[in-house]
Ligand binder design. Structure first.
Ligand code: TYD
Ligand code: MG
Length: 466
């Protein structure tokens, strides 16, 4: 056999090069390339391209076609009964699908999945479902201890500690395979026909591929836990994201109890829904009304604060946006943002400066979305501007006011989607005033105001002049 040559694989995108490079030419990532010995071709082994059936086939096999309108005996989706989790998945876990759950170490992924499995096993969302939880990070006793401590039970839950994909596959490849399989985490799994260490992109990809293939064949829903690297991407992210049906991220600020589950990709449901949880001593508890939670620590009329009436998926979410503006001795003053887009802040600052004559260039600017939520909507522009103007002028936006609207480069305020849903939520939470974009004439009906005093802002100047 010819000597196997080393190859160099980018741990971020999976690109292969013949020599080591400081920066991946394919994805531009620095220091992501490591040497990996290529997999040996063990006949009948768990090769990456051969699959569990192994061996080389000479002729193709006939496909087993099914009819589009054929009936399937199993329910297509398994709701866990944890509403916040099911919403993000699009109503429950789909049979034969692969879900990747990414997040920082310690954020609560294992806790979330233990609770989900326990809910499924005890039949919280429907008939009890047989589940398996395979941990590559903790011993069985540790997993059991945590479940006990959280008061979780269920007779249908099988626990195992394993890291070999071959062992896992051998145990699950049977008629009575569990309907739900959790693999915690994919970075600890390895395929023994490969020489690369567990956690390398080659191993992560091969392990995921084998497990996903098995999930499709046996029809169980596979939940893969994936750790996020310091750059905020799931290790071997791009390769894994293509392979799975659904990518969920579990995020939250350190020191904050709130955790947000978000669908980044979903073949079987919407991608803009969020699930909100609170990490407590007894595990994760669902937060059915996130607005109340995000606004809980708000102090009354203070400058530099504005409440944004946002929308996460189908659900309105009110959050406080805090800004601090202070003179800076430095030539390039600091700008720091938590929970929003830095580029978007620069744009709002530029518009305030150029179109409204508000001089902020010599100031340090800090922006924070309270509660650890990340906002992606441009609809937050006007609320950010309100917080900034309030901080710069030291005038409070009254605490009964909610704000939303997108800002254009000339300073005009633009309409945003679902204004009515946002206003309704604000009214429900006791707000009395709203600063919003101009509405089209036919929607200017009193009943759509929900009892709020509506102030339409046409241009950012109107806000500054208030
Ligand atoms: P874990 O689910 O192990 O995180 P991950 O699997 O994402 O690495 O959660 C670990 C953290 O959660 C740990 O810091 C302790 C905290 N925690 C609680 O606060 N309450 C609980 O009931 C549990 C189980 C964990
Ligand atoms: Mg864990």
């Amino acid at each position: 056999m010819a000597k196997l040559q080393s190859r160099y694989v980018c741990q971020s995108c999976g690109a292969v090069t013949a020599k080591w490079l400081g920066r991946c030419e394919s994805c531009g990532e620095w220091n992501s390339i490591i040497e990996e010995t290529p997999r040996e071709s063990v006949p009948g082994g768990l090769g990456q391209s051969k699959g569990l059936s192994g061996g080389r086939r000479s002729a193709g096999q006939r496909l087993e076609f099914v009819e589009l309108q054929g009936t399937s005996e199993q329910a297509p989706r398994l709701p866990t009964g944890i509403a916040e989790f099911d919403r993000v998945c699009g109503g429950g876990l789909v049979n034969g699908s692969a879900v990747l759950i990414g997040g920082d170490p310690g954020i609560g992924k294992s806790t979330l999945l233990t609770q989900a499995v326990a809910a499924l096993g005890s039949g919280a969302g429907g008939p009890p479902v047989k589940c398996a939880y395979i941990s590559g990070e903790e011993a069985v006793d540790q997993v059991r201890l945590r479940a006990r401590r959280l008061g979780l039970g269920g007779t249908n839950i099988l626990l195992a500690a394993a890291t070999s994909v071959r062992d896992i596959a051998a145990s699950l490849d049977s008629q009575d395979a569990p309907r739900i399989v959790v693999v915690d985490s994919i970075q600890t799994m390895y395929v023994d026909s490969l020489d690369s260490a567990p956690g390398t992109v080659t191993q992560v990809r091969a392990s995921a591929q084998e497990l996903i293939r098995l999930a499709k064949r046996r029809g169980f829903a596979l939940l893969l836990v994936g750790h996020v690297t310091k750059e905020g991407v799931i290790a071997g992210p791009k390769v894994l994201e293509h392979m799975v049906d659904t990518v969920l991220t579990f995020e939250g600020e350190r020191g904050h109890p709130f955790r947000i589950l978000r669908a980044v990709k979903n073949r079987f449901g919407p991608t803009d829904e969020i699930g909100v949880f609170e990490m407590t001593e007894d595990g994760l508890s669902e937060v059915a009304n996130p607005s109340a939670l995000f606004l809980a620590e708000r102090r009354g009329n203070v400058s530099g604060s504005a409440v944004f009436a946002g929308l996460e998926g189908s659900r309105p979410v009110l959050v406080e946006i805090q800004a601090l503006v202070s003179p800076s001795p430095q030539a390039t003053p600091r700008r720091a943002v938590i929970g929003w887009d830095t580029g978007r802040l620069a744009m709002v600052l530029a518009v305030l400066e150029a179109r409204c004559g508000l001089a902020l260039a010599g100031n340090e600017v800090y922006l924070n979305v309270a509660g650890g939520l990340r906002i992606g909507e441009p609809a937050a522009d006007l609320a950010v501007a309100a917080a900034l103007v309030s901080a710069a002028t030291d005038q409070a936006v009254t605490d009964e006011t909610v704000v939303f609207g997108e800002i254009g480069l000339s300073g005009e305020v633009r309409a945003v989607s679902q204004a009515d849903t946002r206003l309704k939520e604000a009214a429900k939470l006791g707000f009395t005033r709203a600063l919003i974009p101009p509405r089209r004439a036919r929607t200017k009906k009193r009943e759509s105001d929900h009892g709020l005093e509506i102030r339409e802002i046409e241009h950012l100047q109107d806000l500054v002049a208030m």
